[in-house]
Design a protein around this ligand. Structure first.
Ligand code: CA
Ligand code: CA
Length: 349
């Protein structure tokens, strides 16, 4: 277990892994973790953190339920609001509207640029995870756009990762039904199984419904998605949230190709940002695409991170008359190990 947090205005008891803000920069940071009977939080800013600072807690991770900040964001069942007298309390409804728990345990640094506080789990229904958006002094909003993916803190689950080495390969019936040929999808799926067998890696086959069960996912080191472009729209959030928790709490790797959970069972792009799940789980989004085209894949992995047997720039494979997609790292920190050249233009593959 992690060392308990001491609420004293000093961040030395937090680790980099506790930061939930995905790198806000400019001197801002948000930390959160499950800490015994409480969720513990810390915020730091380049100015004093004071009155009207609010942290919105979406405890069912459903943005459609709960209070809508500015009429469209948050879906918050609760909020933590800072009063002018230096007290910090838990409310429901609008910021500071309906008192749930007065006088949360709170402490600031001497210059008040760092604050730590606790929210008792029992006061907010002991949720499995909380989606969070926040503001500092009602002036700085985090994330900067309340329309983008919120920050998330996970509760303890009591689930323990399985120490044995095993992977899962996911059969997506929804994707198979929308693939250009169901036979081709089956062949792709069998190719993934065959590669696991050749590598001597034990594997299980999972279906889409298994992807909402965290205890099931905790048995694996990696989860392989030969193609998971299509998913039932009403299951997309729950699957994405469960996969996110599996990667964050158990360090499970996800391996996927092409578009990931972008389209529904009717093959239409999922509502909102259809690339939101790729961004959340893979730090990747689509740049462009085309069909038909001739595509040349080349290694760009000089340190042989993955492509052991290829020289830098060596052709891996050439395709004729195919559809293609190009993706890029959203944060800019992703590593490209192969490029694709189409019509003289080169993209990350
Ligand atoms: Ca501390
Ligand atoms: Ca909600």
């Amino acid at each position: 277990m992690a060392t308990p947090i001491t609420v004293d205005g000093n961040l030395n008891d937090w680790t980099a892994a506790d930061r939930i803000d995905r790198g806000l920069g400019n001197g801002y940071a948000i930390y959160a973790r499950s800490d015994g009977a409480d969720f513990a939080f810390a915020m730091t800013a380049p100015m004093a953190i004071g009155a009207n600072t609010t942290m919105w807690l979406n405890t069912d991770r459903n943005a459609a339920t709960g209070y809508q900040v500015f009429g469209f964001a948050g879906g918050a069942e609760y909020n933590v609001n800072f009063a002018a007298d230096g007290t910090v309390s838990l409310y429901s409804g609008a910021a500071g509207q309906t008192l749930v728990a007065a006088g949360l345990q709170v402490a600031w640094s001497a210059d008040r640029t760092t604050v730590e506080f606790r929210v008792p789990k029992a006061a907010i229904g002991s949720p499995q995870a909380i989606d969070i958006i926040t503001d500092v002094n009602d002036t700085v909003f985090q994330p900067t756009s309340y329309s983008s993916t919120p920050f998330t803190v996970f509760n303890d689950t009591g689930i323990v990762a399985d120490p044995s080495h095993r992977i899962a390969i996911v059969w997506s019936e929804t994707t198979a039904s929308n693939y250009f040929s169901k036979t081709a999808y089956s062949q792709l799926f069998m190719a993934a199984q065959s590669q696991a067998m050749q590598a001597g890696v034990p594997f299980d086959i999972l279906t889409e419904s298994d992807l909402t069960n965290l205890a099931t996912l905790a048995k694996y080191d990696s989860i392989v998605f030969p193609s998971f472009r299509n998913v039932a729209a009403d299951k997309a959030d729950l699957i994405a949230h469960t996969l996110e928790q599996a990667t964050k709490q158990f360090g499970i790797g996800l391996v996927a190709a092409g578009e990931f959970m972008t389209n529904g069972a009717d093959n239409a792009a999922l509502a909102g940002d259809s690339y939101a799940r790729m961004k959340l789980l893979f730090d990747a989004t689509r740049v462009t695409s085309g069909f038909p085209a001739d595509v040349t894949i080349k290694a760009s992995d000089p340190t042989h991170l993955v492509l052991d047997g290829y020289d830098d720039g060596q052709v891996v494979r050439q395709y004729t008359n195919v559809g293609w997609n190009a993706f890029t790292s959203v944060s800019g920190t992703g590593k490209t190990i192969a490029t694709e050249t189409v019509g003289g233009q080169t993209y990350a593959a």
